[in-house]
Design a protein around this ligand. Sequence first.
Ligand SMILES: Cc1cc2nc3c(=O)[nH]c(=O)nc-3n(C[C@H](O)[C@H](O)[C@H](O)COP(=O)(O)OP(=O)(O)OC[C@H]3O[C@@H](n4cnc5c(N)ncnc54)[C@H](O)[C@@H]3O)c2cc1C
Length: 393
Amino acid sequence: MDAFDVAVIGAGAIGTSVAYHLCEKGLSVALIDRGDIACGSSSHCDAVALICDKQPGIDTVMGQASIDLYGELSKRFEYDFEYDPKGCLYVCETDAEYEAAEKYVSEQVANGCDMRMAGNEELCEMEPYIAKDLKGGIYTPGTGAIAVSPYKVCYAFVEEAKKLNLRVYTYCKIRKILLNEKTNAVEGIETDQGIIRSNKVINCAGAWAPDVGEMAGLEIPIQPRKGMNLVSEQTERICFHKILEFGYMMSKFDNINFKRNVSPLVEEYNVAFNIEYTKANNLLVGGYRGFRGFDIRSEIEAMKAISERALRFFPCLKDIKCIRSYAGVRPFVKDHLPIVSDVDSVPGFYIAAGHEGDGICFSPITGKLMAQIVTGEETDFDISRLDYARFAG
Ligand SMILES: Cc1cc2nc3c(=O)[nH]c(=O)nc-3n(C[C@H](O)[C@H](O)[C@H](O)COP(=O)(O)OP(=O)(O)OC[C@H]3O[C@@H](n4cnc5c(N)ncnc54)[C@H](O)[C@@H]3O)c2cc1C
């Protein structure tokens, strides 16, 4: 029988970071996944960590702390996870969007964020292939907008943690969470590879966290929210930053109210344009948000809607071939904040899940915060809004 200080369930961007940060504290850790490392959402996504797609407050604080940590880890880790401080442009199509963007930027700048507005002329200088009629946009430099390779991030955390005290169980099916009959405290996990003893278990199963929660008698309100990307053939660089349309904020959140001038198809699929180049010079073009359960098949209508919106912002894309598409699920929580928390009713059970479209961005900081919670240290900042208890009652 294997025994560890902590068992972490789920080897995505969140679980691998949590495992690494726990090992860094000197703890022995088991990292368990029913598939391989990064087989879930963390290999079906884009690759950016931004502050300019976060709501002011804890969302932005987490984003900035995580981006800063990525910078430190890129220097410290031997494993290269393709850290690239590429910067970001959020482009506005209309005056109404530009005004809303200005308001957002002044609030974020007052909170200490490094971002500013750029007008049409500057935008066209920064991005010579972009549509010429845009109003301008929000520019965030590399201090607040980076790219990484998401699955390499997972492998980097695993490889670095293995140098400490990590044991990885892949293709390992969890049968049940073992709980003490009297106290309901965690005692371990029963798996198809045997029993793993630990009095601390962390649920990092992303969109599947509710299934793992159920094994401990808990209801975890996370839903799978689908996203999809088109991948282009390798091209000359036609864009030089991560670029999103301002309407992305509307597709992500539900508290920004203005109507875009888009076709019924784009509206139906909740498509908001975003584009980035990869290290190999393929383009990733997104994106869409929809509730389709765990079905991650590509949808032809969504692909058409994404293409339509992409051509609006980068007309030259009409000459570039799409070679494939892929979809994934974002672990969605209604209040748009992840759960990073212990659970009063099940001593020794913790949750780090529900990061929706920000799990890659929030990966380093979530691992650091969870390690602080588990070891009883004070967290770097107040994370009471991430508590599981907010769903009680
Ligand atoms: C199209 C798209 C684009 C995105 N773009 C970005 C982006 O640019 N930036 C960003 O920050 N985020 C982005 N995201 C969101 C990001 O992908 C997720 O937030 C992140 O991957 C979640 O990481 P995770 O570790 O919580 O979950 P996952 O990566 O899904 O990891 C959970 C793991 O748990 C395992 N698991 C599940 N159930 C069990 C079980 N019973 N037993 C054992 N193991 C189990 C799974 O196999 C999986 O490996 C995007 C998502 C999509 C779909």
